[in-house]
Design a binder for this molecule. Structure first.
Ligand SMILES: Nc1ncnc2c1ncn2[C@@H]1O[C@H](COP(=O)(O)OP(=O)(O)O)[C@@H](O)[C@H]1O
Ligand SMILES: O=C(O)C1=C[C@@H](OP(=O)(O)O)[C@@H](O)[C@H](O)C1
Ligand SMILES: [Mg+2]
Length: 161
């Protein structure tokens, strides 16, 4: 197994969509998918029942147990400094970067629990998290098509993985 590439970025930057385009020889884990398999609940239902703090605790646990070539995270992984430290120690952090309006267009009709707080609240969250995503080893332009982003990742993996 290679050094893990941790894919981070705000909701809607296209992290989860990458899976099908990454090299087939690579093992890819999406922490949100893993979360839903482990808990047997979808994320909106989990937020409703147990709240965001409980979600963050489970998310950190899953992060620390995940072993794969690519570990696709949820947008809030940057909320805990310990998660950032873990990812930096273990592997390479890659941010998908996209302006807020484009993220919002992609997520506004989805069932993501934080989207229910409305556009202004999500914008505030975006601004607060922006410096955290900027701390990655690499920042990629997420306005490109998924295939192009995956291609760049596959190339980076050959050099750094
Ligand atoms: N590169 C892209 N270009 C255009 N639309 C995209 C791209 N990547 C993802 N999308 C769309 O944006 C939405 C959110 O994508 P998703 O992969 O779930 O993002 P994330 O996991 O970062 O929240 C989906 O509707 C998806 O089809
Ligand atoms: O930004 C966040 O706090 C969240 C992002 C979501 O994942 P995506 O970034 O894949 O949408 C998911 O983990 C949860 O709804 C919380
Ligand atoms: Mg996702």
């Amino acid at each position: 197994m290679t050094k893990p590439f941790y894919i981070i970025g705000f909701m809607g930057t296209g992290k989860s969509s990458l899976k099908q385009y990454l090299a087939k020889s690579n093992h890819v884990i999406d922490l949100d998918e893993l979360f839903e398999t482990h808990t047997g609940m979808d994320i909106p239902a989990y937020f409703d029942r147990y709240g965001e703090a409980a979600f963050r605790l489970q998310e950190s646990r899953l992060l620390q147990n995940a072993r794969a070539d690519y570990i696709v995270t949820g947008g809030g992984i940057v909320e805990r400094e310990a998660n950032m430290e873990w990812m930096r120690e273990q592997g390479v952090i890659i941010t998908l970067d996209l302006p807020f309006e484009a993220c919002w267009e992609r997520i506004k009709d989805s069932d993501r629990p934080l989207v229910r707080n409305g556009k202004a609240a999500v914008h505030t969250l975006y601004e607060r998290r922006r410096p955290l995503y900027a701390r990655a080893n690499h920042v990629l332009d997420a306005s490109l098509c998924t295939e192009a982003i995956a291609h760049t990742l596959n190339q980076l993996k050959e050099v750094e993985g």
